[in-house]
Design a binder for this molecule. Structure first.
Ligand code: GDP
Length: 141
């Protein structure tokens, strides 16, 4: 298996609930390494650009409003098969459909406020990482 990197966001609902640590614990328990992380508060412009792929979807406005409603924790995760592995750790988009043990099952509220984001492919992982981090912010240990 190849060592990959993926991009993660702990969304405003999870930050407000006080479960940043809970989310990061599930990430580390899955064998993913946190090689960069920081708390930011996305601007309207950043959130619109980040979710531009969903612009035509009916929930786009709601999504941008939610993602700018409070601070988030953005991270770069590294490990074997990191992209698929993190999607597994996150669970289904709708927390009601997420498997036991996943982050969204444990901490998600509803399909919009679902605790975490994770890239879905190598190209989006690279783009999303570049959007929030410079190469100097990535660490090895
Ligand atoms: P993901 O890859 O599992 O995050 O799911 P998607 O790429 O399909 O959607 C991106 C994000 O848009 C989700 O994580 C949700 O926060 C939000 N979203 C998706 N579907 C809905 C919906 O029906 N209503 C609302 N309000 N938000 C949604």
């Amino acid at each position: 298996m190849a060592i990959e990197r993926t991009f993660s966001i702990i969304k405003p609902d999870a930050v407000r609930k006080g479960v940043i640590g809970g989310c990061l614990a599930k990430i580390e328990e899955a064998g993913l390494k946190i090689v960069a992380t920081k708390m930011i508060h996305m601007s309207q412009r950043q959130a619109e650009a980040f979710y531009a792929v969903h612009k035509k979807r009916p929930f786009y406005g709601e999504l941008v409003e939610f993602m700018t409603s409070g601070p988030v924790v953005v991270s770069i995760l590294e490990g074997d098969n990191a992209i698929a592995k993190y999607r597994e750790v996150m669970g289904a988009t709708n927390p009601a459909e997420a498997k036991e043990g996943t982050i969204r099952k444990a901490y998600g509220t509803n399909i919009g406020e679902n605790a975490v984001h994770g890239s879905d492919a190598p190209e989006t992982a690279a783009d999303e990482t570049g959007f929030f981090f410079g190469t100097a912010e990535v660490h090895q240990y």
